[in-house]
Design a protein around this ligand. Structure first.
Ligand SMILES: Cc1cc2nc3c(=O)[nH]c(=O)nc-3n(C[C@H](O)[C@H](O)[C@H](O)COP(=O)(O)O)c2cc1C
Length: 364
């Protein structure tokens, strides 16, 4: 095993441990608490009529609708415990109609570059895919790797999973605060343009907990990006996570305190996306993650324009408790979204997203 591989495995393990620590969550910063959905005392429908089915990246009709508008964003990959955790998540996501992202495939990329096509992690994915043929799966690679590798390599990573989309993750704060980080982002925009035009798999641009400002969104190409996972400030915070991994009093640990609340809240990111992508014909799908902790949070994100809503840290926490705990937590999230739809008088997520005057901010 190369030093890099060992380092990568240890880091991914550390991340799981630190993600479970509440002090690494930017709780309350999503600003979802300031969003009020108006109560509809007279919904003109029965609770049983509520339908969560939602198309996924479905503009071209390539992927059938899923039973829910939910997904588990990419987290776990690249360490020996990952296959078991991924299997638990994948089986549950396929069964309940959630999409699922995989964690960074950097290790697979490096195995391929070294000609190691027999890598254990590549095999684990191939095996898992045969168990979940209908799961909508999103491949994952960091922008600092995407800049440096050819589109062919990224395509073959996606193909090895049978992925329906590839997420290019953006993590500037994490790379800048990570002791062994790779904050080399020069050329990112041209890498995004290249991948969008050369990959046959749709591209999702994904933040990792710091969200998107209006200025960044406005710089993105008008066409070609299939989806944007806003992953806003309000949940797992990579400044805090990397700070927790750094040696006490190191520049990174002290920087992590300074930047503990850095980022664009999920709500601000959603507002920015609505303003920038105001033409339905060229609007990428908006996926919302970062601090979504209940079915009501999910309903608020949908009312603000999200097509799909993701729970990362809570899904990890439930999956670590086992299949039954995960299944019952997922059922609870679906139930709470249905309650919110019923009490706003909406039959489905699309109606909630398109309904005028369904939300306000506190005090207005
Ligand atoms: C343990 C852990 C590992 C993660 N690894 C990745 C990753 O490899 N690639 C990625 O795009 N995002 C990764 N993320 C970020 C999540 O996909 C998500 O954007 C972020 O955690 C915000 O969602 P949350 O507040 O629901 O946790 C990871 C998150 C956690 C908790």
């Amino acid at each position: 095993m190369t030093m890099n591989t060992q380092q990568f495995e240890e880091r991914k393990r550390d991340h799981i441990r630190h993600a479970l620590d509440p002090s690494n969550q930017a709780t309350g910063q999503s600003r979802l608490g300031e969003i009020h959905l108006f109560h509809e005392a007279l919904p003109d429908l029965d609770f049983e009529e509520i339908e969560l089915e939602t198309p996924v990246l479905g503009r071209g009709g390539r992927t059938p609708a899923l039973a829910t508008p939910f997904y588990v964003p990419g987290m776990t990959a690249g360490h020996p415990d990952a296959p078991k955790l991924n299997r638990t998540l994948a089986l549950a996501c396929e069964r309940r109609g959630w999409a699922m992202g995989v964690g960074s495939q950097r290790r697979e990329l490096e195995a391929r570059a070294a000609g190691d096509l027999k890598s254990a992690s590549l095999d684990a994915w191939r095996e898992l895919r045969t168990e979940v043929p209908n799961l909508v799966l999103v491949a994952n690679i960091g922008i600092s790797q995407a800049i440096r590798v050819g589109s062919k390599e990224v395509q073959s990573l996606a193909d090895s999973l049978g992925a329906q989309a590839v997420a290019i993750h953006l993590n500037a704060l994490q790379e800048a605060l990570q002791p062994e980080g790779t904050p080399q982002f020069r050329g990112s925009m041209s890498a995004i343009l290249r991948l969008c035009s050369e990959l046959k798999t749709p591209v999702i641009l994904k933040e990792t907990g710091c969200g998107f400002s209006r200025q960044t969104l406005a710089r993105l190409p008008a066409q070609g990006i299939a989806g944007i996972d806003l992953s806003g400030l309000g949940g797992t915070h990579w400044g805090r996570m990397e700070g927790a991994r750094s040696a006490a009093q190191s520049p990174q640990a002290r920087g992590a305190v300074t930047f503990a609340n850095w980022g664009e809240s999920l709500v601000d990111s959603l507002h920015a996306a609505r303003k920038v992508f105001d033409r339905p014909q060229t609007r990428p799908e908006i996926w919302a993650s970062g601090g979504i902790r209940s079915g009501l949070d999910a309903a608020k994100a949908i009312a603000l324009g999200a097509n799909r809503v993701g729970f990362a840290q809570p899904a990890l926490e439930a999956a670590l408790q086992g299949e039954r705990a995960l299944d019952s937590w997922m059922a609870q999230m679906e139930y709470e979204l249905k309650v919110a739809l019923f009490c706003t008088g909406c039959r489905d997520p699309k109606t909630l997203r398109e309904k005028e005057g369904v939300w306000t901010t506190s005090g207005t």
